[in-house]
Design a protein around this ligand. Structure first.
Ligand SMILES: [Zn+2]
Length: 129
């Protein structure tokens, strides 16, 4: 399945795109930095924060469930690394560098941002890092 197909499935999912407001064509036409783009980025930030709160509650739930043992190193690593990367995406929204690859600086495609709202790098850099 192509990335484009995945993105279309995603944006047709009403719970993720409640008002059916966004579609790839409308997003692709947005000029980065325009009011429409900033609104889209705000929406992405909400999605990233939802993920972050989900990860934090998983961590809390695991800690409460298992009083004798702490999280396994892998679980801890996973929760911490994902949270760190979500926080980094929020930082990039705040400093205006969201949507640009942190390694090579090119624009991250809209399809990719749809599928991975907290994407920090372009596909090419993702494949080499
Ligand atoms: Zn890159």
């Amino acid at each position: 399945m192509s990335l484009q197909t995945n993105a279309n499935i995603f944006i047709n999912n009403r719970s993720m795109n409640p008002k059916g407001k966004y579609n790839l064509t409308s997003i692709e036409k947005m000029k980065r930095g325009s009011p429409e783009w900033l609104e889209f980025v705000n929406w992405q930030e909400k999605r990233i924060r939802e993920r972050l709160s989900r990860y934090n509650s998983i961590k809390i739930a695991k800690e409460q469930l298992d009083e004798r043992k702490d999280l396994t190193p892998y679980q801890r690593y996973k929760i911490e690394s994902v949270s760190k990367f979500l926080f980094e995406a929020i930082e990039r929204i705040k400093n205006g560098s969201y949507g640009y690859c942190k390694y090579c600086g090119i624009e991250i495609t809209v399809e990719r941002l749809f599928l991975v709202p907290a994407a920090l790098q372009c596909v090419a850099c993702d494949n080499t890092k």
